[in-house]
Design a protein around this ligand. Structure first.
Ligand code: S6P
Ligand code: ZN
Length: 197
């Protein structure tokens, strides 16, 4: 249980840097994203050239009890691998009923949401002045479709946890790719066919 000490209740964050004072951050470089991009040749070419940071996430997880909330701030750099934008790995919550709110802070992007089968999918804009509801039982990936860093805040039940296994094994059924300067959602198998794979 937390006390009502201000310093336990107040978090200071930088909405552009995507940092939270005193909080640890997890960083994902391009080399951590092997297998996540559809265009394996473009991935190998990019990685041969450089291993940039793709995104980082800082989280405040003060309390573990039932009903407790956590939040994280993510920052995704601008960039693309082939036609696919820089993005997060994406996950389901280990506790599947856990929903989440995403709030855009800076830059412009989208969220790719899929139900557990990948049959139902949606591309939802994520940018300042937008809050996106991610229902429970929904795989979610965040994608920077702009030219500057995308930052966002995600608020989720303390019990949510992360399950990366399903996505690592079979990926999302859809990709978000750039077409004529704008993001579109396309079935992964159609994009792979276009690439000749
Ligand atoms: C946690 C929440 C976010 C993500 C972050 C990075 O439930 O959805 O804080 O952790 O967007 O994505 P990922 O897929 O690497 O955890
Ligand atoms: Zn989540």
């Amino acid at each position: 249980m937390l006390t009502l000490q201000v310093e336990e209740l107040l978090a200071r964050f930088d909405p552009v840097a995507g940092t939270i004072a005193g909080a640890d951050a997890v960083t994902r470089a391009l080399s951590d994203m092997r297998g996540y991009y559809a265009d394996a040749d473009a991935f190998a070419q990019a990685l041969a050239h450089d291993d940039p940071r793709v995104y980082h996430v800082a989280a405040v997880e003060p309390d573990q009890g039932d009903g407790a909330l956590h939040f994280g701030i993510g920052r995704i750099e601008p960039g693309r691998i082939g036609a696919e934008y820089f993005m997060t790995k994406g996950h389901l919550h280990a506790w599947r009923p856990a929903a989440e709110y995403y709030i855009g802070l800076h830059g412009s992007g989208v969220m790719l949401l899929e139900d557990e089968t990948g049959v139902q999918a949606s591309m939802v804009p994520l940018e300042p002045h937008r809050a996106v509801y991610v229902p429970g039982f929904t795989a979610h990936r965040t994608i920077n479709t702009g030219d500057e860093p995308l930052t966002y805040l995600g608020i989720y039940p303390a019990r949510a946890g992360h399950d990366y296994g399903v996505i690592a094994a079979r990926n999302f059924r859809h990709v978000i790719i750039e077409r004529d300067g704008a993001p579109v959602m396309v079935a992964r198998e159609d994009y792979l066919r276009e690439l000749g794979r």
